[in-house]
Design a protein. Structure first.
Length: 281
């Protein structure tokens, strides 16, 4: 009986230990899920990492997140934002690096803060002395209710973008800008000194950014010589000609592009070249 009693006790003990281990290993979904966004911008990248709380029926701004208080701009650890290249936020220059993104919500004005102490929990150890940027922006009433706090990059162009924060019925837009034209123009000038000249890419940049269209056309002609079957070059050349006001030249070039695209069975560039013809008529 003693042996049987001992065996039963041992079995119960092991079963209890196994249950405790199972409980310790239990994995549950996070109340505020994490998200990391990476956005190419200018000649670099922006990376934003944050946690996303839900309203869960609560009043958020002016209540759960009081007006006039520093907010981690999310949940859990402070939201971080990093830049690989120099940017301007609401007109102020920010050098490359990683920062904590704090905000101070208010009914009529938000303060946007970048703080050099990127790794910290919440805003409990926030120190204003470590701020590298403070700017003011106006909040807006969002078109629809947002249950989960959301950050996103919007209106992204070559040198401008918006970081938009939305939660509950509030939307906040932060304007970003980068000055890359001087560096790109210098890069083009240097590349044109080499053996493999980037005629096509340089011509595209000139066209898209209001540069010398005569030079852009010359470079398109050089690119065309190097790739006589390239229907996409004909399309871009026709766009340059049309922008210069040479409608007849644009139509002739685009017709060549249509023929080459048909030969290559590329429906997209058939349509694109035909669109130039329609615009030029």
């Amino acid at each position: 009986m003693k042996k049987l009693y001992t065996l039963v006790c041992l079995t119960l003990a092991l079963g209890g230990a196994t249950t405790a281990q199972a409980q310790n290993a239990l994995k549950l979904p996070q109340a505020s899920t994490a998200q990391t966004l990476t956005q190419e911008f200018g000649l670099g990248k922006i990376t934003l990492s944050y946690s996303r709380p839900n309203t869960k029926g609560r009043k958020i701004f002016g209540a759960l997140e009081p007006y006039g208080a520093v907010w981690r701009t999310g949940a859990n650890s402070a939201t971080t934002i990093s830049f690989t290249d120099e940017v301007m936020i609401e007109g102020q220059i920010v050098v490359p690096g990683e920062y904590a993104l704090f905000t101070i919500p208010d009914a009529k004005e938000w303060t946007i803060i970048l703080n050099k102490a990127a790794k910290q929990w919440g805003a409990y150890e926030y120190k204003q002395a470590e701020d590298v940027l403070r700017v003011k922006v106006k909040p807006a009433k969002s078109a629809s209710f947002t249950e989960t706090f959301t950050a996103q990059f919007a209106n992204v162009a070559a040198t401008t973008a918006d970081l938009v924060l939305t939660w509950e019925n509030t939307a906040v837009t932060i304007h970003l800008k980068t000055d890359i034209d001087t560096r790109i123009m210098a890069n083009i000038d240097e590349a044109m000194k080499g053996d493999k000249k980037p005629y096509f890419g340089a011509a595209q940049y000139y066209f898209e950014n209001g540069k010398d269209l005569n030079k852009a056309l010359d470079w398109m002609n050089e690119a065309e010589k190097a790739a006589p079957k390239a229907y996409y070059i004909r399309y871009w050349k026709a766009r340059v000609q049309l922008k210069k006001g040479d409608k007849a030249g644009a139509i002739a070039t685009a017709k060549q592009g249509v023929a080459l695209a048909k030969e290559a069975k590329n429906d997209e560039y058939i349509r694109l070249n035909e669109s130039i013809i329609a615009q030029a008529k």
